[in-house]
Design a binder for this molecule. Structure first.
Ligand SMILES: Cc1ncc(COP(=O)(O)OP(=O)(O)O)c(N)n1
Ligand SMILES: Cc1ncsc1CCOP(=O)(O)O
Ligand SMILES: [Mg+2]
Length: 509
C-alpha cells in the first residue's frame, strides 16, 4: 500500500446535481479537513433545492468497478457511506467492504440516507433488513437522523428515552456506535441535541438552533467530517464533536446565502475554530439533563461551575514533582507554578502535603496538589489537579467553597469541552508527545491538534503536558498555550538549574 501525504477518504454515495448534498458536499468537507476525497457514485440523482426528480441508481457492476479501481491505488484511511439506492447496492457494498476490511481495518461511517430534506424518498423501500443484516456489522458508526432511526429500528422515537432505546436496539444488531442527529426536531426548545450511543454509554451534544433554511446536506456533511477526523486519527468522541461544530459553523456562516428557491446548501467554511460552534456536552449531574432523561441519581455531588481563576492566564513553566525537596529547589530558582504529584503515597503523605503548602506560602507559589483533594483542602493548598476519572468521585463543591483553584486533565476535544463545562482554573491538555513517565500512548495529541484546541480558548489558562523536552518546547509554546508542564525534562535533567532557565526563556519569548 502506497503512503499518501494526505489521508485518503472514500465517499460511497449519490451525486446531488444541485450541488448541496451527497458526493458534492462530501468532497468539500474532506478538503476542509485536509483529506483527499475519492468517490464511488451509487446514484446520479436529478435534484435541485426544491425537488428530487429522479434517483438513477447506477448498475452494480458500475458501482463495484469504481471501488475496485480505488482499492488498487488509493487505499482509504476511512470510508463514508451515504445513499445506497437499493438492496442490491447494500449487499454489494457490504460484500466489498468485508473483503477490504480483512486487508486492513479502517473506520467506516454510514449515514443511512433515506429521505431528502425536501421530504422525497431516496431509497427503494425495504432496504432496512439488508442494511441491518449485512452492512451494520461492518460499521464503526452510523449517523441516522431521528426519522432514519425510526425506519431502521421500526419503532417511534419521539422522546429522549425512545431514542436511546432504538440506538441500543441497533447496536445489539451489530453496529459499534450511533450518532443520532437532532436537527429535525427539538426535545428542548431552541436546542439541537445529538445522541452518541457508544459501548453502552450515552452522550448528549447540545447545540444552539440556528434559524434559516440553508440546511441541505447537513447529514452528508456531518458524516463526512466524522470520517475525515477518523482518518486523521481522532478518537470517535473527538471526531463527533469536531464534526458537529463544523456543521454548526456551516449553518451559521451559510445562513445568509441565497442559492435556489428552496433549502439552500449548508456552508463549508473551513476548520471549526470558534468555541461557539462546539456543542455543550451534557453532564448527568446538571439540572438541564433531566429534560433528556440523562440525570444520574447515583451521582453523589451536584454540578458545580466556576472555580477561582489564577492571577494570570499564562502559568509559565510548570514542573510536576514528587517531593517537597524538589518544590523548594525549584521555588528557589524562581519557578512560580508547581505541582506535588505523589503516585505511591506512604504513611507520611499528610506531612508531605503540609510541607508543600508551607513552601508554597513561603515562596508565594501557585502550588497544586495532584489527586489528594481532601488533604489539599484540609492543608489549605493553593489548588488541586484532578484527572477526568476524578470528576465524578471528587466533591468539586467542597473544592470550590474552600476557594481552591482547580486544574483538570483533558485528552482531546471531547474531554476539553467536557472539562470546560466546569469552568476550572486551568485546563491541561496531554499527552502532547510519547513519554516514559506515564503510559499515554493511546492519548497522544501532537502539536497540530494542540494548536486547534488552544485556538478555541485563546484567553483561558491552558497547560500542555507529556513528553515535552527543551527541544520540543518552542513548537508547544507556538500553539498558544500559556504553560508547559514537565516532569522528566526538569527532574531528570543533568543540570536542572540550566533546564529551568532554558524552559523559562522559551515560554517567556
Ligand atoms: C498539569 C497536569 N496535567 C495533567 C496531569 C495528569 O493528571 P491525571 O490525569 O490525574 O493523571 P496523574 O497525574 O494523576 O497520573 C497532571 N498531573 N498535571
Ligand atoms: C502526568 C502526566 N500526564 C500526562 S503526561 C504525564 C507525564 C509527563 O511527564 P514528562 O514531562 O516526563 O513527559
Ligand atoms: Mg490524577
Amino acid at each position: 500500500m502506497q503512503e499518501s501525504s494526505k489521508p485518503i477518504v472514500w465517499s460511497i454515495a449519490g451525486s446531488d446535481s444541485g450541488g448541496g448534498a451527497g458526493i458534492q458536499a462530501d468532497l468539500l468537507t474532506f478538503a476542509d479537513f485536509g483529506c483527499h476525497g475519492c468517490t464511488a457514485i451509487t446514484a446520479n440523482t436529478a435534484q435541485n433545492t426544491t425537488d428530487v426528480a429522479a434517483i438513477n441508481a447506477v448498475p452494480l457492476d458500475v458501482l463495484i468497478s469504481q471501488l475496485a479501481t480505488l482499492q488498487r491505488d488509493l487505499f482509504p484511511a476511512a470510508i463514508k457511506i451515504g445513499l445506497l439506492a437499493n438492496s442490491g447496492q447494500v449487499a454489494a457494498v457490504a460484500e466489498f467492504l468485508r473483503a477490504l476490511l480483512q486487508i486492513k481495518k479502517i473506520p467506516v461511517v454510514y449515514d443511512p440516507v433515506a429521505v431528502a430534506s425536501s421530504g422525497a424518498a431516496l431509497t427503494e423501500g425495504g432496504i432496512g433488513e439488508t442494511v441491518i443484516e449485512m452492512l451494520l456489522p461492518l460499521c464503526d458508526l452510523i449517523t441516522p437522523n431521528r426519522h432514519e432511526l425510526e425506519l431502521l429500528a421500526g419503532a417511534p422515537v419521539g422522546s429522549a428515552g425512545r431514542i436511546v432505546a432504538a440506538a441500543q436496539q441497533l447496536c445489539a444488531a451489530g453496529c459499534d456506535a450511533l450518532l443520532v442527529t437532532g436537527g429535525h426536531g427539538e426535545l428542548v426548545e431552541g436546542e439541537m441535541a445529538d445522541l452518541l450511543w457508544d459501548s453502552g454509554r450515552a452522550d448528549w451534544f447540545i447545540g444552539e438552533k440556528i434559524p434559516g433554511d440553508n440546511n441541505h446536506g447537513t447529514g452528508c456533511t456531518l458524516s463526512s467530517a466524522i470520517a475525515a477526523c477518523l482518518a486523521l486519527g481522532y478518537p470517535l468522541r473527538d471526531a463527533c464533536v469536531v464534526a458537529k461544530a463544523y456543521v454548526q459553523r456551516g449553518l451559521r456562516q451559510g445562513k445568509g446565502e441565497k442559492i435556489g428557491s428552496g433549502a439552500g446548501p449548508v456552508g463549508h467554511c473551513g476548520w471549526p475554530s470558534e468555541l461557539r460552534d462546539f456543542p455543550d456536552i451534557l453532564l448527568p449531574s446538571e439540572d438541564r439533563a433531566k429534560a433528556y432523561g440523562f440525570s444520574d441519581t447515583a451521582d453523589k455531588f451536584a454540578f458545580e461551575q466556576g472555580f477561582a481563576p489564577p492571577d494570570t492566564s499564562r502559568l509559565g513553566l510548570y514542573p510536576v514533582v514528587d517531593s517537597v525537596e524538589w518544590l523548594e529547589k525549584l521555588a528557589e530558582r524562581g519557578v512560580r507554578t508547581l505541582q506535588l504529584r505523589i503516585k505511591n503515597p506512604g504513611g507520611d503523605l499528610r506531612q508531605q502535603v503540609e510541607g508543600a503548602v508551607a513552601i508554597g506560602r513561603e515562596y508565594n507559589l501557585r502550588l497544586f496538589i495532584n489527586d489528594f483533594w481532601q488533604l489539599a483542602i484540609e492543608c489549605g493548598a493553593y489548588g488541586v489537579h484532578l484527572g477526568q476519572e476524578d470528576l465524578q468521585s471528587a466533591d468539586l463543591g467542597a473544592i470550590q467553597r474552600a476557594g481552591l483553584k482547580l486544574g483538570i486533565s483533558t485528552h482531546g476535544f471531547y474531554e476539553l469541552l467536557l472539562a470546560y463545562r466546569y469552568r476550572p482554573s486551568y485546563l491541561a491538555i496531554g499527552a502532547i508527545f510519547v513519554t516514559d513517565t506515564k503510559d499515554m500512548s493511546a492519548q497522544l495529541q501532537g502539536t497540530e491538534k494542540l494548536a486547534r484546541m488552544a485556538a478555541l480558548l485563546p484567553d483561558y489558562p491552558l497547560v500542555a503536558i507529556g513528553g515535552i523536552s527543551l527541544a520540543r518546547a518552542p513548537a508547544v509554546a507556538a500553539t498558544g498555550v500559556g504553560s508547559i508542564a514537565v516532569v522528566s525534562a526538569v527532574t531528570g535533567a543533568e543540570n536542572y538549574r540550566q533546564a529551568v532557565e532554558q524552559f523559562q526563556a522559551v515560554i517567556e519569548n
